[in-house]
Design a protein around this ligand. Structure first.
Ligand code: ZN
Length: 139
């Protein structure tokens, strides 16, 4: 079991003062525990720092732990280890990182664009070989 997350850590989390590894651990814990999410909300409100709520601060905090484009690609293909995949899921759904959402949408459109073309090419090859077979049958 890893060290328990106390209010001090939550404050550091909100202040953007955690190292990346610790940040990932806190985010994972937040995802798993609604009790911890409520506590984070308390800490956030007691802290009384208006700067914290700016979009810039949220953006910066989220971007710190963004997966790479390559990881997002593997995520789409379901080729990541479950822990990383669930982290990315959290990053997209809970943090709603606009940068990664855009990146993922872009990757997704590339994948869906690629597959019909591949199918089309396969169909063309199939049709031309059927034609060849037909000719052979007639002669
Ligand atoms: Zn991101």
């Amino acid at each position: 079991m890893s060290t328990r997350i106390d209010d001090e850590i939550l404050r550091a989390y909100l202040a953007d003062a955690l190292p990346a590894e610790e940040l990932a651990r806190v985010e994972k814990a937040l995802r798993d525990s609604s009790e911890l999410r409520a506590r984070l909300e308390d800490v956030r409100q007691n802290r009384g720092d208006p700067g914290l709520h700016t979009l810039g601060a949220i953006w910066r905090r989220a971007r710190l732990t963004c997966p790479t484009r390559q990881q997002l690609g593997s995520f789409l293909l379901d080729a990541l280890d479950p822990e990383l995949a669930s982290y990315i899921q959290f990053h997209l759904d809970v943090i709603e990182c606009p940068y990664c959402q855009a990146n993922l949408a872009d990757l997704k459109s590339r994948t869906t664009q690629a597959s019909p073309a591949t199918k089309d090419r396969r169909n063309r090859i199939l049709r031309s070989s059927q034609h060849l077979l037909g000719d052979e049958g007639r002669s």
